[in-house]
Write a protein that binds this ligand. Structure first.
Ligand code: AMP
Length: 514
């Protein structure tokens, strides 16, 4: 089958040809003909399957008739994160290059004024995150009764982020006669309920079993001791072992605090790494992502919220520094590699306490994941592992370890005399944090410093720019927390700050002379 068999307009076909795509992917072949006929679609597709084009291309064709009116967008695409929304905009620009369409992107973290102007001009395509959309609507700048096509993308992600009540509100504001295109990688019961309420006789297009992983990805579990320094060492060894085949990699952590800690540790070991998490301001996130996409950074340490659904074509490796707590996140994480038929590798670092999460992942994907180099039965517990309560005041510590520890922990409170039991390092661990490559050029060091500085300033800016998981998008103007969300939906909220966390006042960093 070719694109010209699908019923797309000549203008769209020409843009697709220019993009270099010759054959539609299965989700495109399955969804586009029905979408062009105005039918509702329920698309079950994992990331990397070409699902964005499966709604952008038919929308462009349908938008060729008619024009937009001020403050009354003709189509609306809802995305869970700002990055995804920006990516969809890029797709409209790329495939809509032969059209004269007004596109408005309504996302948090940027000023309302520019967005107001675009709405005032009349938007053919409105791409928005739910919170910012509702903010505009409440300010009286937006009317949704002209929307002819509604796209709800990454619905399961919306659920995880607590957006479902917002989505329900938005759906109720849009005329019943609209066409709805609905996409989700997985179909938990809450999502099924939503589709039953808001879709009318949808055509179901399922390109692969829900929550399945692409077959082009080699997946391995890697045993590790459970202490942070054990895991970091396991990761570094893996990265070195994979070096020849590794073009670029995303390294996933479960929590923002781990993203920051691991990022700092990797920089210390001269790995060319950047970090992406929900507390970074929008500009810094986009810049970091652009650097990674353009090959200026080889490694990106990321949290799920920051990285879900990002279109980074050609990632060769995914490392799960932590086993994800929610099995579906595993599917999304490893879906960052092996995209659009390319091959990829994923390594998941597993400790003894991760067994139940691994079981859940294997149940979800319907496969056992192979161990890379023997399973956990051969892991010798680090000293202190499972013995934390016994490590009392008199427990021996090697001189200097505390400083290493503190450095690697992101310079926690200098007055903290005793590490928490869970963070206490074994005496042998001191060797672990020796840099692997001592040679770094002045330029490297300068660049690394700049990156560290960027992270520091991002952290201080975070109060002004709340992340999506804490305050689903609407936080730019009025931070609030969705306390009704089940705890499992607030994974990133669990990053208990220790002491001042990263917001430690500068005077406390001054080294006292004694
Ligand atoms: P998505 O699932 O929409 O994030 O798309 C994943 C990747 O596949 C993106 O880099 C797209 O540019 C690419 N892509 C989309 N459609 C096609 C196609 N028909 N052939 C090859 N690559 C495609």
């Amino acid at each position: 089958m070719t694109f010209s068999d699908l019923g797309l307009s000549p203008k769209v076909l020409s843009a697709v040809t220019d993009a270099g795509y010759t054959q539609p992917t299965p989700i495109q072949a399955g969804a586009i003909p029905h979408a062009l006929l105005g039918k509702d679609i329920l698309g079950i597709a994992q990331t990397g399957t070409g699902k964005t084009a499966s709604f952008v291309l038919p929308m462009l064709t349908r938008l060729e008739k008619g024009r937009a009116r001020a403050r009354m967008p003709r189509t609306l695409i809802l995305e869970p994160t700002r990055e995804l929304a920006a990516q969809v905009e890029e797709n409209f620009i790329r495939y809509g290059k032969n059209h004269k369409l007004n596109i408005a992107l309504l996302i948090g973290g940027v000023s309302f004024d520019e967005q107001d102007k675009k709405l005032e001009r009349g938007a053919d395509v409105l791409i928005a995150t739910p919170g910012r959309l509702l903010d505009h609507r409440e300010r009286g700048k937006l009317l949704l009764n002209g929307v002819e096509i509604l796209v709800i993308d990454e619905a399961d992600r919306m659920l995880d982020m607590g957006f479902i009540p917002d989505i329900e509100r938005i759906c109720e504001m849009i005329p019943f006669t609209r066409q709805t295109l609905f996409f989700s990688a997985t179909m938990p019961p809450e999502i099924t309920k939503l589709t039953e309420k808001f879709l009318h006789a949808p055509v179901r297009v399922e390109v692969s079993k829900a929550a399945s992983t692409a077959t082009s990805i080699i997946q391995r579990l890697v045993k590790s001791g459970s202490k942070p320094w054990d895991k970091r060492e396991t990761l570094r060894n893996l990265m070195k072992a994979e070096d020849a085949e590794l073009k670029n990699a995303i390294i996933f952590c479960n929590r923002k605090v781990e993203v920051s800690e691991l990022f700092r540790s990797l920089l210390k070991y001269d790995f060319d790494a950047g970090a992406l998490h929900g507390d970074m301001d929008q500009r810094a996130r986009m810049q970091m992502l652009a650097n990674f996409r353009d090959g200026k950074l080889r490694y990106l340490v990321a949290s799920d919220v920051a990285a879900r659904g990002l279109d980074i074509p050609d990632v060769s490796h995914v490392f799960n520094y932590d086993v994800p707590i929610h099995a579906e996140d595993y599917v999304h994480r490893i879906g960052r590699t092996g995209r659009a038929g390319r091959s990829g590798k994923s390594f998941t670092i597993a400790t003894k306490s991760d067994t139940k999460y691994i079981d859940a992942i294997e149940r979800l994907i319907g496969n056992k994941i192979e161990w890379h180099d023997g399973d956990l039965s051969t892991v010798v517990a680090s000293e202190g592992e499972d013995e934390a309560p016994r490590r009392g005041r008199g427990a021996p510590r090697r001189a200097g370890r505390k400083d290493e520890d503190r450095k690697d922990k992101g310079e926690r409170k200098p007055r903290e005399r005793h590490a928490k039991p869970s963070e206490a390092a074994p005496p042998e661990a001191a060797h672990d944090e020796q840099p692997v490559a001592a040679e770094a050029t002045v330029a490297d060091i300068g660049e690394r410093r700049a990156r560290k500085e960027a992270i520091r300033s991002e952290n201080t800016e975070r109060k002004a720019d709340r992340n999506e998981s804490r305050t689903p998008e609407r936080g730019d103007s009025r931070p609030q927390r969705d306390t009704n969300r089940p705890a499992r939906h607030r994974q990133e909220d669990n990053d208990a700050t220790v002491g001042f966390g990263d917001d430690m006042p500068a005077f406390m960093r001054i080294v006292a002379k004694v």
